[in-house]
Design a protein around this ligand. Structure first.
Ligand code: PMP
Length: 285
């Protein structure tokens, strides 16, 4: 995966894929001083590209890190990478992190903040679950309080328990894991937001301890355009017994139907299909 042809943008220049390396004493590797974005290009156009670049800068600010690039420069860099790799439909990954420098302790104010952008082809995030409905485990870990960690940042530190939860889920034959939050409310999956349908209305967790995903916001807009009532609220896990449909949203996950979460089952219903298809049309429009 690292030893292949291709180009990666690093700190202002395109480098060969196999040469896109960092030093082992990079601060980020030791202390999770890293923020990132996951975006998709459709037909060469990155969906909500500027919003992703803005969120990258915001995430960095939230972890007390200043990225030495503007939104405009990040936009140009992302398109340069997509083009240099001859990609049309692609996943774009920007990552900003504290590099190696004079400080190798927790404090790293003098270390450079670096930015890299890679892009590659990445098909359906949940494989055929996209059609059948994904099966989700329930994580034993809880999304932390915003007083514990800046939960609005797309920051590496928040993903440690995501990887652990996803590994545990995969070991049980599930595609992903759903988290509850520190209060016990339904929160999000390891890389996606969650929606439920009951009696023609939609329920989704309030984004007060989760990532308020760009896809989540897009889908809420699509539902409102269709005059479908959306309840953004605290959801108790037991309520899942009464929900009829469920789907996940994310830039990588797009709109993926969910068939099962733990022992709760859902049908891949008409609204799920409609929103999933409408999202596919929107990203290419
Ligand atoms: N929650 C988490 C934890 C995520 O990693 C993601 C993916 N970025 C999302 C939600 C969905 O966010 P978005 O729709 O902006 O990709």
């Amino acid at each position: 995966y690292d030893d292949r042809d291709g180009k990666i943008w690093m700190d202002g220049t395109l480098v060969e894929w196999r040469d896109a390396k960092v030093h082992i004493l990079s601060h980020a590797l030791h202390y999770a001083s890293s923020v990132f974005e996951g975006e998709r290009a459709y037909g060469g156009k990155i969906f909500l590209s500027e919003k992703h670049s803005q969120r990258l800068l915001k995430s960095a600010e939230l972890i007390d890190m200043e990225i030495p690039w503007t939104v405009e420069q990040i936009e140009a860099a992302k398109y340069e990478v997509v083009k240099a790799n001859g990609l049309s439909d692609a996943y774009v990954r920007a990552v900003a992190f504290r590099g190696a420098g004079p400080d190798m302790g927790v404090s790293s104010a003098r270390n450079p903040v670096r930015l890299a952008i890679a892009a590659w082809e990445w098909g359906s995030y949940y494989g055929d679950a996209k059609f059948k409905g994904a099966k989700l485990d329930i994580s034993k870990w809880k999304r932390p309080s915003p007083e514990t960690i800046p939960t609005a940042a797309k920051a590496a530190g928040l993903y440690m328990i995501c990887t652990m939860s996803k590994h545990a889920a995969e070991a049980k034959g599930c595609s992903d894991a759903l988290f509850f939050d520190y209060r016990g409310y339904v929160a999000e999956a390891t890389g996606a937001n969650v929606f439920f349908v009951k009696d023609g209305e939609v329920h989704t967790p309030l984004p007060d301890a989760i990532l308020n995903g760009l896809t989540r916001q897009t889908v809420i807009g699509m539902l409102k355009e269709r005059d479908i009532t959306v309840h953004e609220r605290h959801i108790m896990p037991e309520e899942m017994a009464g929900f009829e449909q469920c789907w996940l949203t994310g830039s990588a996950a797009e709109v993926t139907p969910v068939g099962q979460i733990g022992d709760y089952t859902f049908e891949v219903g008409a609204l799920t299909r409609e929103i999933s298809e409408a999202y596919e049309a929107l990203v290419r429009s």
